[in-house]
Design a protein around this ligand. Structure first.
Ligand SMILES: Nc1ncnc2c1ncn2[C@@H]1O[C@H](COP(=O)(O)OP(=O)(O)OP(=O)(O)O)[C@@H](O)[C@H]1O
Ligand SMILES: Nc1ccn([C@@H]2O[C@H](COP(=O)(O)O)[C@@H](O)[C@H]2O)c(=O)n1
Length: 233
């Protein structure tokens, strides 16, 4: 177990779509005074920009060129965070289901993963960060001091996403939403590069029957226990 870093520990939260990663990362970051790094938003920004540029999802050369010229940053907006791509606020545009599915295809490409891996490691190396994604504990920071793998049944994750979309006026049915969650799971788990999987040393949390507050309590206790170990860990 590595010593605590300059700004604190690195916390990795991985898991499939709709498991609650963003919700819990935001709350846990507030509790700890840590920085929230939404790596999914970074992949979504690449997907949005590639769509605008008319780049095919398997055109690695053009995807690599796009990533070289792309600067993805996070800007605090009260209790929330805005996502900027080359200075443009793309926070809303990257959240559509269309972009979510496109992102799942784009994020399977090696040049995209290599480019964002470099950015993510630079953002989190000094600690005091919580990164959420699919490969944080396995690829980005395999030496993270605290790792969680947050999951829930596909039906529950689809139900959560359905409620979220309905609140935004989206007309997708529950059945359609569950099917899209399962489709994204298969794409994320089945790809060659950095597939979604639980790190061997990650604490698994099945949130199917747990409230956000219950999950947050488990996570916060685990992080504070590690912090109490300090450099002895
Ligand atoms: N334990 C829970 N119980 C009930 N609802 C939850 C729970 N966790 C998250 N939610 C709700 O489920 C929806 C999806 O949560 P969230 O966006 O945090 O998941 P995610 O894992 O980040 O998904 P994605 O990877 O697709 O972005 C949100 O509306 C959130 O409020
Ligand atoms: N570390 C990551 C994070 C995300 N992805 C891909 O992005 C898609 C969108 O992620 P959300 O968390 O915003 O839903 C996701 O389905 C993955 O395909 C990734 O590959 N690695």
């Amino acid at each position: 177990m590595s010593a605590v870093r300059e700004n604190g520990v690195i916390v990795a939260i991985d898991g499939p779509s709709g498991a609650g990663k963003s919700s819990l990362t935001k709350l846990l970051a507030q509790r700890l005074g840590y920085i929230h790094i939404d790596t999914g938003a970074m992949f979504r920004a690449v997907a949005l920009m590639s769509k605008r540029a008319g780049i095919a999802t398997d055109d690695d050369a053009r995807l690599a060129e796009l990533c070289r010229g792309l600067d993805v940053t996070f800007v605090r907006d009260g209790a929330s965070c805005r996502v900027l791509a080359n200075g443009e606020d793309v926070s809303t545009e990257i959240r559509t289901e269309e972009i979510g599915l496109l992102t799942s295809a784009i994020s399977a490409r090696k040049p995209v993963r290599e480019a964002l891996l470099t950015m993510q490691r630079a953002m989190g190396a000094k600690g005091g960060v919580i990164l959420e994604g699919r490969d944080i504990g396995t690829v980005v920071f395999p030496d993270a001091e605290v790792k969680f793998f947050l999951s829930a049944s596909a039906e529950e994750r689809g139900r959560r996403r359905y409620l979220e979309l309905a609140a935004r006026g989206d007309s997708a049915t529950l059945e359609e939403t569950i099917a899209k969650v399962i489709q994204r799971d298969k794409q994320d788990e089945g790809r060659e590069h950095a597939p979604l999987k639980q790190a061997d040393d990650a604490l698994p949390i099945d949130s199917t029957s747990l409230s956000i507050e219950e999950v947050l309590s488990v996570m916060e206790n685990a992080v504070r226990e590690r912090l109490a170990q300090g450099d002895k860990g």
